[in-house]
Design a protein around this ligand. Structure first.
Ligand SMILES: Cc1cc2nc3c(=O)[nH]c(=O)nc-3n(C[C@H](O)[C@H](O)[C@H](O)COP(=O)(O)OP(=O)(O)OC[C@H]3O[C@@H](n4cnc5c(N)ncnc54)[C@H](O)[C@@H]3O)c2cc1C
Length: 301
């Protein structure tokens, strides 16, 4: 069987694309190896009607919706290679060595992120330390917070977090990354800056209590944020020849079309703006419409 479309990635982008293509009676398989970036969190926020939903429940509800459409299958599998089989067909290979032929591909593989280089930070990430104040700022509002950042986004992020808590300490973990003028702007608002290296974080069950510095000082904090470094989850898109933006996202038009014929991109993987469930889902809808539109128009040629 030749699929109309293969979707790689089963986060909100891929799932919503599958829903729209299923409703358009397209033959689709969605491949997902179940490693979503937000798996570390207990609750997701800001998606209207789903505020506070857990990532697991979100996916389960999406699978339920999609199960109504018989032309869509979801396969728990990792795509390890995509080969161009002919001018109008791709061959997708799974990690088990199975192969699937399709006419169109939607890449919805999300992002990989690296956290600041602080001992044990993963124990707190998603529980009391987060990366997006729009996602988790409300839960941390008015608390004594820390921002741990080792990159150029540090002072921008500090200003954004200030909306949720004025009790903020910015830690650069041994890096001198905040220019003097920016330091003055932050300090004028009472935001403190510590450039000493962090030795470790202290707390229990993921709940931050203290930040401990190399110079022996400690600071009580109940939560905070980090700035992360983001990159593609894998090199499938670049192997296909997709052009990347300067921040490493797949470049796509308003209907998700990339520069490679029959390859579309949706969600975080295009790194084109705020990284949010609802935005990824919307991009999945757009890419699905792009796929369906292009398949339909090809029939009228
Ligand atoms: C800690 C944290 C908290 C967050 N909280 C919120 C929040 O409260 N509200 C909000 O709106 N957003 C939140 N986000 C952001 C949100 O999780 C992302 O914007 C969203 O998940 C992106 O959706 P996506 O479909 O593009 O990618 P993802 O959800 O990351 O899904 C991509 C999927 O593709 C799969 N995949 C990758 N490569 C392959 C392959 N080769 N073969 C098969 N499958 C593959 C992955 O396993 C994954 O399941 C949070 C993010 C983080 C890190």
């Amino acid at each position: 069987m030749i699929l109309d479309c293969a979707i790689i990635g089963g986060g909100p982008a891929g799932l919503n694309a599958a829903l729209v293509l299923g409703r358009a009676k397209r033959k689709v398989i969605l491949f997902d190896n179940d490693q979503p970036r937000n798996a570390v969190t207990q609750e997701s926020h800001g998606f209207i009607t789903r505020d506070g939903v857990s990532p697991r429940e979100f996916r389960a509800l999406a699978h339920q919706d999609i199960s109504k459409y018989p032309s869509v299958k979801i396969k728990k599998s990792k795509i390890v290679e995509v080969k161009k089989e002919s001018s109008s067909m791709f061959n997708l290979i799974t990690h088990e060595g199975k192969s699937f032929l399709c006419r169109k591909i939607i890449v919805a593989t999300g992002l990989k992120e690296s956290l600041p280089n602080v001992n044990g930070i993963r124990d707190y990430y998603g529980k009391s330390i987060f990366s997006c104040p729009y996602c988790d700022g409300w839960e941390l509002r008015e608390q004594p917070l820390v921002l741990i950042s080792e990159n150029k986004h540090v002072s921008h992020m500090a200003k954004v977090i200030y909306q949720w808590s004025k009790d903020l300490v910015v830690c650069t973990n041994g890096n001198k990354i905040i220019p003097e003028t920016e330091q003055q702007l932050l300090k004028r608002k009472g935001i403190r800056i510590k450039e000493e290296r962090i030795i470790h974080l202290r707390g229990s069950d993921g709940k931050l209590e203290k930040v401990v510095f190399e110079d022996g000082t400690e600071m009580e904090r109940t939560g905070g944020f980090v700035t992360t470094e983001l990159g593609q989850f894998n090199d499938l898109a670049s192997a296909l020849g997709c052009k990347m933006s300067k921040n490493g996202g797949i470049i796509a038009d308003d209907l998700g079309r990339t520069n490679v014929q029959d390859v579309y991109a949706a969600g975080d993987t295009s790194l084109s703006g705020p990284s949010q469930l609802i935005i990824s889902a919307a991009q999945g809808v757009r890419a699905a419409m792009g796929v369906n539109f292009d398949l339909t128009m090809a029939e009228f040629k």
